[in-house]
Write a protein that binds this ligand. Structure first.
Ligand SMILES: [Zn+2]
Ligand SMILES: [Zn+2]
Length: 368
């Protein structure tokens, strides 16, 4: 009952009275607090969480708060202590105002965030040094802009981390603000809409062997064609409908018809069509996709170590014998051949026999 009169906005959430949720008010400001006692009536085991404003205020008091939880015998006593810590820190900050500049940075930042819209904020660290902002693009893709600030904000240009196919250069002047970075980011994101649309269509309708989880910055894809062949494409994010650089991986007998088809059809490349459509036309194939196959059919394991992924490597050395076609990691095959007395090396290439079918096979020295 005592608790209700002193802290009317903090209410028990269950019958046992172990979970409290609500607001604690200091100098007419309200801070969200949640307290979970875990064990009824026992404060020493309690966990306390609060909104990021309060987290910022209490950032140097963590150990004191822990200590108070141990010492106070009731929740009421603890809340009185907590409130006086907040009061003390707020008074201190008021005193510091204009002296260190840190407080001004916070005030400026709060004003900037207010103008930008709180719904765009996804993260802010308690010391106000890092802010993550989100942006939904026309294709309903969520992008996150990570901004790192110094105590000289907004005088000093903040650092920005993004997931874009090209470097994000911020234009910053002494009068710039967070909103300016955000609108520049918005502009850049709008430039890549077509690129992401094209890549999304590919990712949905093919088996992407590499990268494992393409992010928004990835311009490469390695697409499965058959169990022994794949194509690696490098797309120009500014001109995603233009013929990308293509590199085929796989045994000669699987790859040479693809090269032939490419030579014959390249004249029909039509930039009005999507990248996926054009690629299928170019190679004269329909890519295997999740709708008609399993990824395991294409991520063939290495015939030496029996794994698919070896650190960053995937098995892309293939035996050229039509009946064998076994895949190997470049480094596995190289080490295997090097250990054979019958193999010979010339510059970076080693010549030997396929561990499966004993037909001639070569391996390049892995670059490490
Ligand atoms: Zn291997
Ligand atoms: Zn073989």
């Amino acid at each position: 009952m005592e608790l209700l009169t002193e802290f009317p906005h903090l209410l028990p959430q269950n019958r046992q009275g172990t979970v409290y949720d609500g607001f604690i008010s200091v100098h007419n400001r309200h801070y969200r607090v949640q307290i979970n006692l875990h064990v009824p009536g026992q404060l020493s085991e309690a966990s306390v969480s609060c909104d990021w404003k309060l987290q910022h205020i209490l950032r140097r008091y963590e150990h004191i708060i822990k200590q108070r939880l141990q010492q106070c015998s009731t929740l009421h006593d603890f809340l009185i202590e907590l409130r006086s810590i907040i009061e003390r820190q707020l008074e201190q900050e008021e005193k510091d105002l204009g002296q260190t500049g840190v407080f001004q940075v916070c005030e400026q930042l709060l004003a900037d965030l207010e103008q930008l819209g709180w719904e765009r904020l996804v993260y802010i660290d308690p010391s106000f040094q890092e802010i993550h902002l989100q942006l939904m693009d026309d294709g309903n893709r969520k992008h996150v802009l990570k901004v790192q600030l110094s105590n000289e904000y907004p005088k000093e240009k903040p650092k920005c981390l993004t997931e874009l196919p090209a470097k994000f250069e911020v234009h910053w002047t002494a009068s710039s603000h967070l909103q300016d970075i955000y609108s520049q980011f918005h502009h850049i994101v709008s430039l890549y809409q077509e690129f992401w649309d094209m890549m999304e269509e590919i990712d949905r309708n093919t088996w992407v062997l590499e990268p494992e989880k393409p992010n928004y910055s990835a311009v490469h894809r390695r697409l499965a064609i058959s169990s022994g062949a794949s194509v690696q494409i490098a797309v120009d994010p500014k001109h995603p409908r233009v013929l990308p650089e293509c590199r085929f991986l796989g045994a000669d007998q699987a790859v040479s018809p693809l090269r032939e088809s490419m030579g014959k059809n390249i004249q029909f490349w039509n930039e009005d069509r999507s990248l996926l459509d054009n690629l299928q036309m170019l190679l004269g194939i329909t890519f295997p996709s999740p709708s008609n196959s399993k990824k395991e059919d294409f991520s063939v394991e290495c015939g030496i170590c029996y794994a698919y992924r070896l650190e960053m490597e995937i098995p892309n050395e293939v035996c050229n014998d039509a009946r064998c076609g076994q895949s190997y990691h470049q480094s596995c095959l190289y080490e295997w051949l090097r250990a054979l007395p019958s193999s010979r090396q010339s510059f970076n290439t080693i010549f030997g026999e396929c561990p499966y079918c004993e037909k001639p096979i070569t391996a390049r020295m892995p670059m490490k």
